[in-house]
Every structure is written in structure tokens, then in C-alpha cells.
Design a protein around this ligand. Sequence first.
Ligand code: EPU
Length: 419
Amino acid sequence: MEKLLIKGGNSLKGEISCSGAKNAALPMIAATILNDEEIIFRNLPYLQDITTMFELLGSMGANISLDESMDFSICANKLTDLEARYELVKTMRASILVLGPMVTKYGYAKIALPGGCAIGSRPVNFHLDALKKLGASISLENGYIQAKADRLIGADIVFDGITVTGTENIMMAACLAKGKTTLRNVAMEPEVSDLADFLNLMGAKIKGAGSELIEIEGVENLNSTTYTIPADRIEAGTYLVAAAATGGEIKINSIQPERLNNVIERLKLAGALIEVNTNSISLNMNNKRPLPVDISTSPFPGFPTDMQAQFSVLNALADGESIVEENVFENRFMHVQELNRMGCNISTSGNIAKIIGVNKISGAQVMATDLRASASLILAGLVANGETVVDRIYHIDRGYERIEEKLSYLGADITRLPS
Ligand code: EPU
């Protein structure tokens, strides 16, 4: 298994651009199932999760190709196998995103039920309840969800809890349903709005994405389009926190800064000087030790759970104590034990982590457990005295494009060790 070797102590300095957002791209690739024509994607990130989604669509009969300008084209108009098998679903829970598009387009879907994962049990009951309200009949057998429908019929749906992929799944299903669907208590994440923009470009009629209520008027079919995947706000946030933790100075280009307002505010409280321009954010930590900042995760526009582990590293190095509250996932503190092995002082109780900042941490061999936990271990390695080896980095390759190249470019001493 490949590993990352980091020799800590260098401040990050310089400018980088962000890659396309994984969590925007995944539902859009699933949405190609709704379409009879070819869709072209620009700026798709080269990530394991994207490859898995391609494998899934490919296994069902979609045609996927890459042209000389690195644009991907997908034509999913003749799916022959309406099944998402366990072998693929178990490696990526976001596979559930094909459920809504398959049922609404083909009237049938068989999808392996995703199990729990390192950050919590992560059920899909909100997806299934909403799909039933659109008229699908759903059964669970042998670890698979089977959904059937003649044609879905628009409905007024209130989600019992806020779910990002659930909102996306049902928004996609409602695009080809008969009549009007209203979705309430939906996720307001920017990736939901991006998906609505993409679907509307193909001819869907969606209003209100990005707010608490989404209205969708069903259409008969969708048209071909070309779409550029927007920049990854979590990748941008991760590099900003990495620069702050190392006392550095960086500029992140090609992003939509307003998507990071909550993270920017907390970085300012941690002592960073931040300048926001239309498409970029500059951060200067002036070699200072960070100040402790309490954080409490919640759905957008709150502080993102996907930035919790990274910000915990900043707090672990701060001059003082802080409290980190995880409110989205039940078990998202797997990084804590590994960070403590590097000398951090973090104790957890339920969904609360109490962090007592330390002046120094030391390199160690650590194990990645999920995507954002891996990012936090890399951040800690950048600051630690001596060498850190991060094992099981396939987690990081799921969501950060060329991370060691980008960090090296910013001055980090980081190398990928072959397996
Ligand atoms: N939940 C339920 N029932 C459901 C759906 C969700 O109880 O049917 C619960 C979950 O267990 C969790 C909470 O609701 O406690 C929120 O889960 P959500 O459904 O919003 O998460 P998701 O859609 O599975 C997406 C991102 C995650 C990100 C979360 C929260 C994608 C592909 N994944 O997951 O991204 O953490 O929203 O913002 O968009 C990551 O990129 O590292 C990542 C985990």
C-alpha cells in the first residue's frame, strides 16, 4: 500500500488553483443517466471516487470517453444492466446517487444497500422515504434496494433530516416525474445548487436550489450540454488551514470565496490575515501560533463537517483550549487517536472534542481512516518535528487531486512511497 512521507517544519508559501469539486461532480455524473444525449464535463478532478463512479456507470452500459483536451464525455442513453453491485457500492457510498436517476428514467433500479462507514452508520432512509412519496415501490432484500415505478409522480415532500445526497437524488428523480415536486427541509450546500444549475442547463425546471425549498416541474426529457465542474471548496479550505497551521502565506485561485465564509471567519479568529477577492483568497499567518477557536459543525451555511478534522489540527497547535462539536456525523473523531500519538492533547466525549493546544508535535507513523481524517494527519505531519508516515492513503486519493504535488509546490517536504 502506498504511503506519504512528510518531513515537517516548512511553512507553506505560494499560489495554487483548486481542482473541480468531487462532491459536485459525483451527482452530475449520476445525472447523465437522465439524459438521452452526450454530456461533456470539463475540469473533472482526477480522483478515485470519480473513477469509481465511471466504473459504476460503465458496468451498467454507459459510454465514457476522454478527449485530447481532457474533457470527459458520457452517454448513458442505453443502460443495459440496471444494477449497482455491492463490489462497487461498498467502496463508495455516493453510488446511491444513481438510484433516483435510474428509477425515474428506466422505472427500475437495484442498488446494493450501502453499509456503515468510518464516520458513522449513514443510513439512506431519507432517500427511500422521499422516493416512495414520488410513487416508487421499494423493497429491501439480500442487501439490495429494489425500486420500481411506472412513471414517478410529483409530490410535496418534507425531508425528516437534512441530507446532501438525499436532496440531490430526489431532485434528479423529480426532473422526469410527472407534474410538480416540492422539496422542503433540503440541504443548501453549494453542490446542490451546482447540480440544479447543471440539470437546468439540460432543460430541467428547478427553482430554489440553495434555499430551504426546491420546486421542480417535471419535463419529458433532457438535452445535451457541456459543463465545467466548479472548484472544490473543501480542498481550498484544507490548503488554507494547512497554510495557517504552518504559519505560512498562500493564495488560492479559481474559487468561489463566498462558499467558504464560515471557514474564513474562523481562520480570522485563529489569527490569520485574510484577503478575499472575486475568485481568490489570500491568507497570511505571519509565522504566528494560532489562537484557539471553538467550532460546531452543521449543514451549509454552517461550519462544514468536511473541514472539522483539519481545523482540529489548527486548534491542537493553538495557544489555549477549544471545543469542537461534531453535529453531522456520529463518529467523526477517528483522527483524534492518531493526532494524540503525534503529541496532540485532544479528549473526546460523545460528539465533543476538548482540545488543549500544544506548542510542538512530533512525527509518527499514522493510519488514515477516512478522507478528511487523512487530510488532518497530513496537516499535522507538515507541522511536526521529524518524519511522519501516513499509511492507507487510498483514502486521500479519493478526494484530493495530486495532493503531494500541490503541497510540494507550496514548499512542503512530502513524498509518495511506493507500496
Ligand atoms: N442521514 C440519515 N438518513 C439518510 C441520509 C442521511 O440519517 O437517509 C444522516 C447521516 O447519517 C448523517 C446526516 O444525515 O448523520 C447527514 O448526511 P448526508 O446525507 O447529508 O451526507 P451524504 O450526503 O452521505 C455528503 C458528502 C459528504 C459530506 C456530507 C455532509 C457527497 C458525495 N458526500 O454526504 O462528503 O460530509 O454530505 O456535508 O456529497 C467527504 O467529502 O469527505 C464527505 C464525507
